[in-house]
Design a protein around this ligand. Structure first.
Ligand code: FES
Length: 106
């Protein structure tokens, strides 16, 4: 029988996985410990993570593997962190530039 926990009922799905809390643009966000920051942000419907430095257009995750740099955010005060190749950890403080300047323009 298939259940929410998988066929055997022994699968450690998201509801049973260890959770951690990070702060994104001042808002507390709970997510599965150790997953990528980009996955957390997209899961929170935060697609716009930075602004194009030329035209100001919103930009967000594209390649998902550290190549395009479209997912850059500021983590614990460090700008230019690629969210797709960064795992979350307890207490991580993330700033996106969804409403303002790109992190590397600061
Ligand atoms: S989505 Fe391309 S570098 Fe992160």
């Amino acid at each position: 029988m298939t259940t929410a926990q998988g066929r055997t009922g022994r699968h450690a799905g998201p509801s049973r996985a260890p959770q951690t809390e990070i702060v994104v643009d001042g808002d507390p966000v709970r997510a599965v410990d150790g997953i990528s920051l980009a996955a957390v942000l997209v899961g929170e419907r935060r697609w716009s993570l930075r602004r194009n430095p030329v035209g100001g257009d919103p930009r967000g995750p594209f390649c998902g593997m550290g190549v395009c740099f479209e997912c850059e955010v500021t983590v614990d005060g460090r700008p230019g962190v690629r969210a797709c190749i960064t795992r979350i950890y307890a207490g991580m403080r993330v700033e996106t530039a969804a409403e303002g300047e790109a992190p590397h323009d600061r």
